[in-house]
Design a protein around this ligand. Structure first.
Ligand code: UD1
Ligand code: CA
Length: 463
């Protein structure tokens, strides 16, 4: 494909029904903006040119689209939102003089590349001047209805608010996705705002194409792909459809999803074969998970990389790396910049931030590891705190390979613990500890013989 094709996405509308300060095209679905999904569906068509029509919150929408990873996009500005026909007219100066123009709405994120290819194929094989994507819905409420003559040929589209009761009974709707021969778009200038909303409607081009002698074809699409997102109820419904689709793709690629209804993955997530996702697993923002991992229940990974054979349970990790065979949780919190080496362990009630934990090292319980560089095969005892903040500045702590940090050690940064060194339980370490040394910092224990027994007797005589 590709020869002589331009894609135009209409995204200038106000999205009133969203009642939101965030522009509608930027509302996320499976971690990506609505508009991203539309452009992603069109990307495999390899159009010569892609144009997005912006208007409402144009700067914000333009900036967001420029950050997408989907190839070059040009922008046309519709200065006032005078309807979908007017929006497409705003893109005309950016179009070639010939070829086909695929027009999409910024609010139909469920459409697939295959359906768009089918629409284009239909348009080309029918040698049509215009081809509409249509769908027969049980509940066509809110959509424009497709009008046909006695012979079944399309004659136009009527919006619900302009429709007669008889027209409202029609189940076949306009999906708001079209292919036009470039030449017929010159007639956009003839559209008139003679409808309930006082807007220039793009579907009104159909009768103009017909009077000009052009053929109008239709291509049917499945309801699951044509549904528009006009409010947040439809946003949630589209999210559910998309999520299941993403999970099915993972399952068919060899990932076990124990309960798809309670598992949430973003559009850009990768998971390796034979990994098991237990219920309430959330994989977000480009998280990549290796093979044979066990994630969940109750795990949220945001922008993380997880190596093969790792285990994460009941934990949250942000922008972190979890090495192969590492074990995380239950109840661990990995904040940004946590790098866990191969076969390392971050256990129960442990928080890690901006730290490296070397291969085979273990922080099994109740610790805070902040701004630390921990070598290999280190054991960090329960209750250890890497005291990284002096109230003004943050400092780093370094722990050498094979070191043993006794339980309840306070490591007051900046401080360095040498390879193979140990700290005694309950010590507050403020000075560097050389390799293989023991650092002990606590007062000597006083033991008073018989003290407890005497106290007990005193209580008993009083009673
Ligand atoms: C539109 C169709 C309707 C179809 C439905 C399918 C028209 C008049 N109606 O209705 O037949 O059944 O889609 O989902 O086309 N936009 C602009 N500028 C504007 C107005 C809209 O760029 O001035 C953009 C919007 O941002 C949106 C798209 O066009 O992405 C569709 O607009 P919307 O208001 O959602 O149209 P619908 O009422 O859903
Ligand atoms: Ca819409």
């Amino acid at each position: 494909m590709g020869q002589g094709l331009t894609v135009v996405v209409l995204a200038a509308g106000e999205g009133k029904r969203f009642r939101s300060a965030l522009p509608k095209p930027l509302h996320p679905l499976a971690g990506r903006p609505l508009l991203w999904h539309v452009l992603a569906a069109a990307a495999p068509l390899k159009a010569d040119r892609t144009v997005v029509v912006v208007g409402n919150a144009a700067d914000q929408v333009t900036a967001a689209v420029e950050g997408f990873d989907l190839g070059p996009v040009r922008f046309a500005v519709q200065s006032a939102q005078r309807g979908t026909g007017d929006a497409l007219a705003a893109a005309l100066p950016l179009l070639d003089a010939a070829g086909d123009v695929l027009v999409l709405s910024g609010d139909t994120p469920l459409v697939s590349p295959a359906l768009l290819e089918g629409l284009l194929d239909r348009h080309r094989s029918a040698r049509a001047a215009a081809t509409l994507l249509t769908c027969v819905l049980d509940d066509p409420d809110g959509y424009g209805r497709v009008l046909r003559d006695g012979a079944g040929a399309v004659t136009g589209v009527v919006e619900q608010r302009d429709a007669t009761p008889a027209q409202r009974a029609i189940g076949e709707v306009n999906a708001g996705m079209y292919v036009f021969r470039r030449a017929v778009l010159d007639r956009l200038a003839e559209l008139r705002p003679d409808n309930d909303q006082g807007e220039c409607y793009l579907p009104d081009l159909v009768p103009l194409v017909l009077t000009g002698g052009g053929g109008v074809a239709t291509h049917p699409g499945p309801e699951e792909e044509v549904r528009g997102v006009n409010d947040r109820v439809e946003l949630a419904e589209a999210g559910a459809v998309l999520r299941l689709r993403l999970l099915e793709r993972l399952m068919l690629a060899g990932v076990t999803v124990v309960d798809p209804a309670s598992t949430y993955v973003d559009a850009d997530v990768e998971v390796g074969q034979d990994t098991v996702l237990a219920p309430l697993t959330f994989l977000e923002a480009g998280t990549r998970v290796g093979s044979r991992c066990r994630l969940g229940p109750n795990v949220r990974l945001v922008g993380c990389t997880v190596g093969d054979d790792a285990t994460v349970a009941q934990s949250v990790a942000l922008q972190s790396t979890i090495g192969p065979r590492a074990v995380v949780g239950p109840f661990a919190s990995l904040r940004p910049g946590s790098e866990l080496g191969e076969a390392s362990k971050v256990g129960t009630f442990v928080e890690v931030k901006q730290s490296t934990i070397g291969p085979g090292s273990k922080v099994p319980h109740l610790s805070y590891v902040g701004d630390a560089d921990i070598g290999a095969r280190v054991n960090v005892g329960a209750g250890t705190v890497f005291v990284n903040y002096d109230g003004v500045d943050k400092h780093r702590t370094s722990v050498g390979d094979g070191a043993f940090i006794g339980s309840d050690t306070m490591l007051v940064a900046p401080v360095t613990i040498g390879d193979g060194a140990q700290t005694a339980a309950g010590s507050t370490i403020t000075k560097n500890v050389p390799p293989d040394a023991l650092a002990i910092e606590r007062s000597d224990q006083r033991t008073i013989e018989g003290w407890a027994a005497r106290r007990r007797r005193k209580r008993e005589t009083r009673e």
